[in-house]
Design a protein around this ligand. Structure first.
Ligand code: PAF
Length: 311
């Protein structure tokens, strides 16, 4: 049997990290809107430098071979368009792995895709350093599972492949809860650090600390109403513990939403904040701080979309 070919669609930091790591185990093709150099370099958290060559392609000129697995690693707001661009080229049954933050495209693509769909929730950290270089900033953990509770064997086999490639992964039967927990952390940290252009650790200090606490309280009330628990349980205290642990562990980071704002890119507010607002509205809960941040990030996104003013 030929070895499984993994297509990685979306060559941002996470996509390239996965491609570079997986290429030590399986054939890989890296696919994006534009063609990247076929030789890519990874700087590991231990400071080692590895270079790997693999197939690269553009999404409008896909490789002729059929992949065994497709990983979608685009930003949350680009995922459904990327899937639509691929769908016609994929025969029924090719598994899809969704690596997005938030909880927006995952349920929709689980319904639409004509094959198994797994979701991944990861704490791996990476940033790009140019078209041919990515830094694996810190080791993390990846959880894999299907929202419809199926495909446990596929999730275990993929978790083994990722783990062997240096990305420790575990198949879980509660990926829905794992995705919401990560979303909760992102909702409490990212809008504030993006608004004030600060590193995560500065949230521990005034005037930011009470702002984080207000966001955690709104997130905790919403997720409790949705039946989502923090790790180890414990209601509001459990959510506070989780968020402050992540702030501590990532104190020197510039969070992804801050990087997007500073680069003039669209942020992932629709995938992170909009599902919380929708859940709060279903449960008739008032979440003014979350609502204010969503409104503010939407206003910024609309300004990005406007053509430059004539001068
Ligand atoms: O979005 C990010 O950058 C990360 O998920 C997190 C946990 C907020 C750390 O920076």
């Amino acid at each position: 049997m030929p070895p499984a070919t993994h297509w990685i669609v979306g060559p941002g930091a996470m996509g390239r990290l996965i491609a570079l790591r997986l290429a030590s185990q399986v054939p890989v093709a890296l696919i994006g809107r534009r063609r990247l150099p076929a030789r890519q370099t990874l700087v590991t958290p231990e400071g080692e430098v590895w270079t790997q060559a693999f197939a690269v392609a553009q999404i409008d000129a896909l490789p002729a071979d059929i992949p065994t697995v497709v990983h979608l690693t685009t930003k949350a707001h680009g995922t459904e368009a990327a899937h639509a661009a691929l769908a016609a080229a994929l025969p029924d049954g090719v598994p899809l792995v969704l690596w997005q933050n938030g909880f927006a495209c995952q349920p929709r693509l689980t319904e639409q895709h004509r094959g198994p769909v797994l979701c991944a929730s990861t704490t791996e950290g990476a940033h790009v350093q140019g078209d041919d270089r990515v830094t694996h900033a810190g080791h993390g953990q990846t959880f894999l599972g299907a929202l419809d509770g199926r495909h446990a064997r596929l999730a275990s086999s993929l978790a083994q492949t990722l783990s062997a490639a240096g990305l420790p992964a575990e198949a879980v039967d509660n990926i829905h809860v794992r995705l919401w927990r990560k979303l909760a952390v992102n909702a409490a940290i990212n809008p504030l650090v993006a608004q004030f252009a600060i590193r995560n650790g500065q949230l521990r200090d005034r005037p930011f600390r009470p702002m984080v606490e207000r966001l955690i309280a709104e997130v905790a009330a919403t997720l409790t109403a949705e039946g989502i628990t923090p790790p180890g349980g414990g209601g509001l205290e459990g959510w506070r513990k989780l968020v402050w642990q992540v702030v501590e562990a990532t104190a020197t980071n510039r969070a992804s939403m801050l990087q997007d704002v500073q680069a003039g890119r669209l942020t992932e507010h629709e995938a992170i904040l909009a599902p919380l607002l929708a859940a709060a509205s279903r449960h008739r809960l008032s979440v003014p701080c979350l609502a204010w941040h969503l409104h503010d990030l939407r206003r910024r996104a609309a300004a990005l979309a406007e053509p430059p003013a004539a001068c």
